[in-house]
Design a protein around this ligand. Structure first.
Ligand SMILES: [Zn+2]
Ligand SMILES: [Zn+2]
Ligand SMILES: [Zn+2]
Length: 98
């Protein structure tokens, strides 16, 4: 998996954000639940995944154009680019085991 050709042109925009989030703040505000958490790697905003009712991570991309996110699920180490539609396994920015 690590030898794949990476076609994402947004990797230099990745910021350094804490990953110790346990809730989707927008879902909490609405009183809804979520399935998995995702985090925008451009601004650090936390949202919920596409399996969640409110898909806040994808909505964040549509609202801001921020292309990159990572999974906040323990053990996951991948990032996803909405624009290039490429997932990168084992990316350092996806590692959130701290
Ligand atoms: Zn990209
Ligand atoms: Zn949400
Ligand atoms: Zn963002």
């Amino acid at each position: 998996m690590s030898n794949q050709t990476i076609t994402c042109t947004h990797l230099d925009q990745i910021g350094d954000f804490p990953s110790n989030f346990t809730v989707c703040p927008q879902c909490v505000e609405m009183g809804d639940g979520w399935v998995n958490l995702r985090q925008c790697l451009i601004c650090g905003q936390v949202g919920c995944c596409d399996s969640s009712k409110n898909t806040h991570a994808t909505k964040h991309f549509h609202a801001t154009g921020h292309a990159l996110l990572r999974s906040l699920q323990p053990g996951d180490s991948w990032i996803w680019c909405y624009v290039d539609e490429v997932g990168i396994q084992g990316h350092p920015a996806g590692a959130n085991a701290q």
